[in-house]
Design a protein around this ligand. Structure first.
Ligand SMILES: Nc1ncnc2c1ncn2[C@@H]1O[C@H](COP(=O)(O)OP(=O)(O)O)[C@@H](O)[C@H]1O
Ligand SMILES: [Mg+2]
Length: 262
């Protein structure tokens, strides 16, 4: 039997109509990333994300994709950002323009990946010899220096300050936001029967110097385990060749929309 891909994706396309008021056009292609393309707009303070279906792992060495990934991640990231905004967290989000495209405030990305962990997994388990699945007494916070050529090496706050990337005050602000996001996300996912193992966020400075949550939050950037079975519902399915890669993204998105409505 022939499966129609468009039909397969259809349930995940936002049923709401998109704003007729905001009609921003994509101008120059500013950046082609691993998961998104970034375009300029007529307003220098705004840019447009176009999510791709691509997946990469191990610093781009492993490549894959599934049809509709960009559509799910775009909508899921925006959905989660809106929920976090209700918790008082400021984000770059302006408006979802289409199933794949979103208007965001253009920020100067702080070149740190900010990682919060609640349960040991991945590189933490390996580096410190802690069995995967071991819950922490309190959440951990770590930074890696955003640099593809160097493979995003770990960096501590003193090193980041020494490099002039951030000030001590910025580190305090970033840490505060990261732990707030953790509390918000834990709640969001707990409500849909999912454990938040860990996640990575990126932050940036808006034109008026405020540090806000940027980039995306999706199963590409979080480790999510089913609360009952511990089944992995995130990009680890691709990293570790566990199969059902697209299925688990659709599962998480389905649970979110079912619980919270659209
Ligand atoms: N609001 C924003 N303004 C400008 N750049 C952003 C914003 N949010 C995220 N970015 C950057 O845009 C790029 C998004 O594309 P992505 O495919 O995720 O790239 P990468 O391959 O570097 O992970 C990233 O480099 C990210 O740091
Ligand atoms: Mg990225």
């Amino acid at each position: 039997m022939c499966i129609n891909i468009a039909e397969d994706i259809l349930p995940f396309i936002n049923k709401n109509t998109y704003s007729e008021v905001i009609k921003m056009e994509k101008l120059d292609l500013l950046y082609v990333g691993k998961a998104k393309k970034v375009f300029s707009t007529e307003d220098p303070a705004l840019c447009i994300f176009e999510y791709k279906d691509d997946a990469t792992a191990f610093n781009g060495l492993k490549k894959g994709s599934f049809d509709g990934k960009g559509i799910i991640n775009n909508q899921m990231a925006n959905f989660i950002f809106r929920l976090l905004e209700k918790e008082g967290i400021k984000t770059h989000l302006v408006e979802e323009l289409s199933p794949r495209e979103t208007l965001v405030k253009k920020v100067d990305i702080i070149p740190l990946e900010v990682i919060v962990r609640n349960i040991a997994a991945g590189s933490f388990s390996k580096r410190y010899g802690v069995e995967e699945g071991t819950p922490f007494v309190s959440p951990t916070l770590e930074f890696s220096y955003k640099n593809d050529e160097l493979g995003d090496p770990l960096i501590n706050d003193y090193q980041a300050i020494a490099l002039g990337v951030v000030t001590r005050e910025d580190i305090d602000t970033i840490s505060d936001i990261a732990f707030k996001v953790n509390e918000g996300l834990k709640k969001i996912f707990m409500n849909i029967g999912i454990k938040l193992v860990d996640f990575k966020i990126e932050l940036g400075r808006t034109a008026d110097g405020e540090i806000v949550l940027a980039d995306e939050i999706s199963p590409d950037t979080c480790r999510l385990w089913d609360a009952e079975t511990n089944k992995k519902l995130d990009k680890d399915r691709f990293r570790l060749d566990l199969g059902e890669f697209g299925d688990v993204y659709r599962e998480v998105w389905g649970r979110l929309t079912e619980y919270y409505g659209r």
